[in-house]
Write a protein that binds this ligand. Structure first.
Ligand code: NDP
Length: 326
């Protein structure tokens, strides 16, 4: 038997609670993992509150990330005792996820836990930090270098934003953080932001082109914010778009693309091939130091994860929430 957060759907809507489940109820998969830690991402907030159509089948154990130890395996790639990590692949959406003491998954979705991190640190980074790393790699791929000028991070106090600031600053970029929580300026500057701006300056409808400012940007917000960021991106600059905290729309024009050679680089962490995941986690191991991971992270238990889901969507959570499961 094992404990899990279970989301059920009835005629009266969605119900969420902690339940004790039988291992026989676990879905199909060739590896069973004893989960040590999971985490609460924006997507998990949507799943637990039912505020977004994240969960595709019910009942569902949420949790798009987990880190733990292999308990049993019929895969040649993993054996009992191996430390593993999982991010995405539709886990917690279509397949039972990590907010549980046990998970059974397809071994192709797992990667070995990077040597640089223990399970708690890996989940403190989680999908948010891994997505921030993929976004930084997208800027690098498009040739954005530290000498080109200011790089903007939107949704700065959130999970993706916090890691994007820390990673960019470590790589020597001049980072500007956009936040609705200007009272968090000390936190953001502690992560490496050189300047903090109010997100209101970006969130309202703007002009097709604005004064060129950003050599690059990492945007986890979308909507008018992304349109305004593109409009103020310098000639040949790149914006990595990975989120939709303000909205899924993109109410802009093609002007930045056809008049300033701006690149909009999409970032998806969920279906990213294994090789790129391993490379992103290798880079995270090089760049993130334990003290900084701790500064970004709060640790909670399974029960609290249900209560915190609403806070996360309301933008009241700073940085990352690790859920200690085991
Ligand atoms: P968080 O909730 O931790 O952070 C989101 C941040 O966005 C908030 O902290 C807030 O920052 C800002 N924000 C919230 N609401 C608004 C709003 N209405 N207008 C402008 N800014 C707002 O979430 P995550 O960091 O985990 O995820 C961020 C986004 O990235 C989400 O949309 C998520 O779905 C997406 N994502 C995408 C992935 C991918 O594979 N592409 C993977 C992971 C996440 P502040 O208070 O500083 O303004």
């Amino acid at each position: 038997m094992f404990k899990a957060i279970l989301i059920e759907k009835g005629d009266d809507g969605q119900r969420v609670g902690i339940q004790t489940l039988d291992e026989a109820q676990l879905p199909e998969g060739d590896v069973t993992v004893k989960v040590e830690c999971s985490t609460l991402n924006y997507k998990d907030g949507l799943a637990i509150t039912g505020k977004g159509p994240v969960v595709k089948t019910f009942p569902m154990v949420p949790g798009i990330d987990f880190a733990g130890t292999v308990e049993s395996s019929s895969s040649d790639n993993y054996k009992p005792g191996d430390a593993v990590l999982l991010n995405g692949w539709g886990v917690g959406e279509k397949h039972w996820g990590g907010l549980a003491e046990k998970a059974r998954v397809d071994s192709r979705w797992l990667i070995p836990l990077p040597k640089a991190f223990n399970a708690r640190q890996a989940m403190a980074i989680g999908t948010a930090g891994y997505t921030a790393m993929l976004s930084v790699m997208a800027l690098e791929r498009e040739g954005v270098t530290p000498d080109q000028g200011e790089v903007l991070v939107t949704g700065a106090s959130g999970g993706v934003g916090s890691y994007a600031i820390a990673l960019l600053a470590r790589l020597g970029y001049h980072v500007v953080a956009s936040t609705g929580r200007t009272q968090e300026a000390d936190y953001l500057q502690g992560l490496g932001a050189r300047e903090v701006i109010d997100r209101k300056t970006l969130s309202e409808p703007g002009k097709p082109l604005a004064k060129e400012r950003w050599a690059g940007a990492i945007d986890s917000v979308g909507s008018h914010t992304l349109a305004n960021v593109l409009a103020a991106t310098k000639y040949d600059g790149t914006v990595a778009a990975c989120g939709l905290a303000q909205g899924m729309d993109l109410p802009g024009t093609v002007a930045p693309f056809i008049l300033r050679d701006v690149t909009l680089a999409g970032v998806d962490s969920v279906m990213k091939p294994t090789e790129a995941r391993i490379e992103a986690w290798r880079r995270l191991g090089e760049l993130m130091v334990p003290e900084q991971i701790d500064a970004i992270t709060e640790t909670i238990g399974l029960e609290a994860a249900i209560d915190k889901a609403g806070d996360l969507l309301a933008g009241k959570v700073r940085g990352r929430l690790v859920v200690e499961v085991g």
